[in-house]
Design a protein around this ligand. Structure first.
Ligand code: NDP
Length: 396
């Protein structure tokens, strides 16, 4: 039984707080801290049991260390923004606390993400006898575990991975993002990249498109090739990969709005002088767009996120598709969030449970695919994200 500190009271933080509160046998005491205290208090009021709340600026290392020294958690779950990752890892080292996040570090002034900055902490966490688990959301996170689950139970070796992230639901708003708008738009407007035969191949943003027929009659959607962080770690940790790609669905309406916003400069991340002060257009746009957490009661339909894996078993070629389908309205009924926050928050809680129960143990900095997938998949099933496996090809 442990104490856990959750930092970030946004859409994902709310789900993590709900799900941790549902498992008192592991999460004995919970503290939810964020930049805006009132958001923590609002979430705390929705929970079935009492938790602590606190105000913290996660970019202020001494402040975070002081909070941890007072509360004494075994684990910090970082569901603030990727900009905070390194400061929170520093704070954990100073306070002697284990660390978990769902998205890798991004420098605020460059739209770029990669694991190098966080992997560089490996020796310091190891020397301190602490564990940091990176990317325990759905993608990265569950998708990474689907790959090792496939490797363990269905293949002798995997040669291609296609991660396909689809949202077949709708919130009915003209334009809104399902998670933090700033992070979402930075990711979507970046150049595409995939791994092929030992090299990274770059593509223009959203220039490669396929039609994907979703399972369970969820319809057909356009999916677009993008770069996503788990590609970097999967290629490093799963031997023999020849090709790894990531695809995400976007509606024509979303892409039309995004194109216009880009064309008029509203997605820029550099400061622009405006009436005697400097503003960053994308940050201003975030202030105008609906808060992703507010989309919960409006969103209907389902998400479907999974991996198509190809490889060899007992000398024969084999293809499987491992996936989860999640219903937006069912999530809202359970934890007052749509499925995008739910599919991120549940794996964050499950990753924390793996660490705190010792099922996943290590000293240093780790990615999800470095551990036994079985207890994680079993816990996902138990806590609301069941895994399904289809034998055969669904995507080309
Ligand atoms: P939100 O913008 O809804 O929430 C972020 C929260 O972090 C807000 O409450 C915000 O505070 C708080 N915060 C921001 N800066 C600070 C700071 N300096 N100190 C303390 N708190 C801070 O984002 P989401 O909940 O949608 O996303 C959370 C994380 O989850 C992101 O890192 C995102 O990239 C990741 N994610 C991962 C996915 C995956 O599958 N792996 C999928 C989706 C998201 P305030 O309320 O004051 O603004």
């Amino acid at each position: 039984m442990a104490k856990v500190l959750i930092i970030g009271a946004g859409g994902v933080g709310s789900v993590v707080a709900h799900k941790c509160a549902q498992v008192p046998e592991v999460f004995k005491e919970i503290c939810l801290a964020s930049r805006t205290l009132s958001r923590c208090e609002e979430i705390a009021r929705q929970l079935p049991r009492k938790i602590r709340t606190a105000q913290v600026d996660a970019d202020n290392i001494p402040q975070t260390v002081a909070l941890m020294r007072a509360f004494k958690p075994q684990l910090l779950i970082n569901v603030a923004l990727p900009y905070q990752d390194l400061n929170l890892m520093e704070a954990c080292l100073e306070a002697g606390v284990n660390y978990l996040d769902t998205a890798n570090y991004e420098p605020p002034d460059t739209a770029k993400f990669e694991y190098s900055w966080q992997w560089a902490y490996h020796d310091r966490f190891k020397d301190a006898g602490l564990m940091a688990l990176l990317g325990s959301g759905f993608d990265p996170g569950v998708t990474s575990v689907y790959c090792t689950y496939g490797l363990k139970h269905y293949f002798d070796s995997i040669d291609t991975i296609d991660i396909i992230d689809c949202n077949a639901g709708s919130h009915g708003q003209p334009f809104a993002t399902n998670f933090n708008p700033e992070i979402n738009i930075r990711e979507v407007t970046a150049r595409g990249r995939y791994y092929q035969d030992g090299k990274w191949v770059e593509t223009d943003p959203l220039s490669v498109r396929r039609r994907f027929n979703l399972p369970e009659n969820l319809g057909k959607l356009n999916v677009y090739l993008m770069y996503h962080e788990e590609l970097e770690s999967l290629v490093r940790h799963i031997p023999g990969i020849k090709r790894a790609r990531f695809w995400m669905s976007f509606s024509d309406n979303y892409l039309k709005h995004l194109e216009v916003l880009q064309n008029v400069g509203m997605t820029r991340i550099d400061p622009v002088p405006f009436q005697g002060q400097e503003i960053v257009p994308l940050k201003f746009l975030k202030a105008l767009l609906p808060d992703p957490a507010s989309l919960g009661p409006l969103t209907k339909g389902k998400t479907c996120i999974g991996c198509q894996l190809r490889g060899v078993k007992d000398g024969r070629r084999r293809t499987i598709y491992i996936y989860n389908i999640c219903d937006h309205e069912a999530c809202y009924r359970e934890v007052k969030s749509h499925a995008i926050s739910y599919t991120t928050g549940v794996p964050a809680m499950v990753g924390a449970k793996m660490m705190l129960t010792g099922k996943w143990r290590g000293e240093g900095v780790f990615n999800m695919e470095q551990f036994d997938p079985d207890p994680f998949i079993a816990a996902l099933d138990k806590h609301g994200l069941p895994t399904q496996v289809f034998e055969g090809e669904v995507f080309r």
